[in-house]
Write a protein that binds this ligand. Structure first.
Ligand code: SF4
Ligand code: SF4
Length: 127
């Protein structure tokens, strides 16, 4: 007989290889509008593992960076004392079910994609 748990909302996270939601963090930013704003955003995306997206709530920076408390095998090392935001996170419909990028209005996976967008958006973008 298999010891594998039955898939329920309580056991779902144990099926999620690498605990996807613990491998990045996001920060809301002001909606970029001007050339100056996009110059600044470009500088931010010039850094490794920094991405940017727009969804229905606005614009966000995304840092692809594993949480230091994430076990190599997945799961949280500080589960009992994990931050409130982790406690509040609902696994009802999460990254396990669908990649969030699919629902972004805009997604810039790095400097090059944002640079291309800037050149298209601002006719006088010279660099
Ligand atoms: S909440 Fe979703 S993405 Fe996060 S560990 Fe659980 S199943 Fe994976
Ligand atoms: S503290 Fe634990 S639950 Fe929260 S992001 Fe880190 S590993 Fe995940």
């Amino acid at each position: 007989m298999s010891n594998k748990p039955i898939f329920t909302s309580e056991t779902k996270c144990s099926f999620c290889v690498g605990s996807k939601c613990c491998t990045y963090m996001t920060q809301k930013i002001e909606t970029p509008r001007t050339k100056y704003d996009f110059e600044h955003l470009l500088w931010q995306l010039a850094h490794e593992n920094v991405q940017c997206y727009q969804d229905t709530d606005g614009w966000y920076l995304m840092f692809r960076s594993r949480c230091i408390h994430l076990k190599k095998s997945g799961g949280c090392k500080i589960y009992k004392t994990r931050p409130q935001i982790c406690r509040d996170y609902d696994n009802d419909y999460c990254e396990y079910d669908e990649s969030p990028e699919k629902n972004f209005k805009k997604f810039f996976d790095g400097y090059d994609s944002l640079h291309k967008y800037c050149k298209k958006r601002f006719k006088k973008w010279k660099r």
